[in-house]
Design a protein around this ligand. Structure first.
Ligand SMILES: C[S@@+](CC[C@H](N)C(=O)[O-])C[C@H]1O[C@@H](n2cnc3c(N)ncnc32)[C@H](O)[C@@H]1O
Length: 257
């Protein structure tokens, strides 16, 4: 028996992977991040499991539930929102299981950055605009290394997806303006993406803070920043070569005019 760390996806119960859903259906014990994962999703896939909400538990307590489940030969799932590897605090949980000699596996999920891009119908990597996506956050209770401050990262001018920071939208804007972005740089804020009360806001660095405050968005949102966001209104600067008629690759011969 081992513990399965499973990504639940951003909210919509259909956005969990097939493997994650199967593991939940088979689970005897589920520990889930109740502040972000829908209890309904847990009920749907694991109606008969013993269910623990980790929101009110500390690391020792969650580890004890996981370890006791494995010791009792039960099938144990630790369910995380989005993808477990992004701000999921799974490393410390895996280290605690290592100390106890308990095996585990990680099943990925759809992180909110990609759910937000899908909701906006937006590619994050566009030729001649940006080929780099950076997932980051402002410092909160968890500090961010100085070299990764938003102002520092903003010097690159890549597409940014900023988690855990919408409550500090004013500071986010100030930091970004100290880098390669301008007041005209487009920004989107995607709140509770794929939930029934999803909100999508679009603006620029000059007006997004007022829009976020006006919409009353204070948490559970990602902030997307970068010139790729212009493409839907202003058109594409360039198309990728991947589907270009004249471009040959291993799976297709290009047409030579
Ligand atoms: C503790 S982190 C967990 C991230 C998660 N592991 C993931 O991959 O999406 C929580 C943050 O993720 C983002 N988030 C989680 N679910 C979201 C959703 N449905 N819509 C927008 N942002 C979300 C927000 O920035 C929130 O503050």
């Amino acid at each position: 028996m081992k513990v399965f760390f499973v990504g639940a996806g951003p909210g919509d119960a259909e956005l969990i992977t097939v493997k994650g859903a199967r593991l939940l259906q088979e689970a005897d014990v589920v520990v889930f991040a109740g502040s972000l994962v829908d209890r309904e999703l847990v009920r749907t896939y694991a109606p008969d499991a013993e269910v623990y909400d980790s929101a009110g538990m500390n690391l020792d307590e969650t580890t004890a539930v996981l370890a006791n489940g494995v010791a009792a030969d039960k099938r144990v799932v630790r369910l995380h929102t989005g993808d477990p590897s992004i701000y999921g605090a799974i490393q410390e949980q895996m280290a605690a299981l290592d100390e106890l000699g308990i095996d585990y596996e990680v099943v990925p999920g759809v992180t909110s950055a990609f759910a937000a891009a899908a909701a906006l119908k937006q590619e994050l990597t566009l030729p001649e605009v940006s080929q780099t996506v950076i997932i980051t956050r402002m410092a909160g209770k968890t500090p961010v290394p100085e070299r990764e401050s938003l102002a520092e990262i903003a010097r690159i001018g890549a597409t940014l997806v900023i988690y855990l920071s919408v409550s500090m939208i004013g500071e986010v804007v100030d930091e970004l303006l100290r880098g390669a972005y301008t007041p005209e740089t487009p920004v989107a804020v995607a709140a509770r993406v794929t939930w029934p009360d999803e909100q999508l806001l679009e603006g620029t660095l000059s007006d997004i803070a007022a829009k976020v405050k006006g919409a009353g968005i204070g948490k559970q949102a990602v902030i997307l920043v970068g010139d790729v966001l212009r493409a839907r209104q202003e058109g594409l600067k360039a198309k990728s070569l991947l589907y270009d008629k004249g471009f040959s690759h291993g799976y297709r011969k290009g047409i030579v005019a």
